[in-house]
Design a protein around this ligand. Structure first.
Ligand code: E4P
Length: 214
């Protein structure tokens, strides 16, 4: 499973990159807004730091606006991926862009049919939002399993980025379901490698070491 960081924070990306855990980065307008700096400059800096795909989202809602923004974003770096919202205009834009070789990540996916439509239109990635589905009392992880099965049934090359991950359970179950990628917020990452029994074990070993004759 590839790990993407769901952040535009440069220090966070550098820190986790040092652990060898960053295969890519995803952003959205809300994530970009948190950094309070220029969008293009931010994305270009992230693309230089990370070898893998870096998603940058369009703002326009018409086909013409999305395609024009996407063509521009695609010139910023060789590893940039254009994030397109899941709408009828978005699907048309994805279809045009895929024929031009521009990689797309169709975002705000909440159903199998949306994922299937995006894959059929030519999306490189689809981003189902597990946390936001759980928020409305439904099962986000079930969508990951069902979407994975559906895309596999018809041999689509489109990759699933499990997005809106909030818990360790989200990540683990998405991995078990075979999602290709998980995009993880920086705040969740330490919880993935930390365990209280590990900390207790280290403490115990160091305490016992004190009694070893030196
Ligand atoms: C990433 O591609 C998504 O935009 C992000 O995971 C959404 O997360 P949220 O639902 O916590 O805002």
């Amino acid at each position: 499973m590839d790990f993407y960081l769901d952040t535009a924070n440069i220090e966070e990306i550098k820190r986790i990159n040092r652990l060898g855990l960053v295969d890519g980065v995803t952003t959205n307008p809300s994530i970009i807004a948190k950094e309070n700096r220029d969008f293009k400059e931010t994305i270009k800096e992230i693309c230089e730091l990370v070898d893998g795909p870096v998603s940058a989202e369009v703002i326009g809602l018409t086909v013409e606006e999305m395609v024009a923004e996407a063509r521009d974003i695609a010139t910023w770096a060789s590893n940039v991926v254009v994030k397109i919202p899941m709408t009828e205009a978005g699907l048309e834009a994805v279809n045009i862009l895929s024929k031009e070789g521009i990689k797309t990540n169709v975002t705000l996916i909440f159903s199998v049919s949306q994922g299937l439509m995006a894959a059929k239109a030519g999306a490189t990635y689809v981003s189902p939002f597990v946390g936001r589905i759980d928020d409305i009392g439904e099962d986000g992880l079930e969508l990951i399993q069902n979407l994975k099965t559906t895309l596999q049934n018809y041999h689509f090359n489109t990759k699933i980025i499990t997005a809106s991950i909030r818990t360790i359970n989200h990540l683990e179950k998405a991995a078990i379901a075979g999602a290709h990628i998980a995009t993880i917020p920086g705040s969740l990452l330490p919880k993935l490698w930390k365990h209280p029994l590990t900390d207790n074990g280290i403490e115990q070993f160091l305490a016992d070491w004190e009694s070893v004759p030196k």
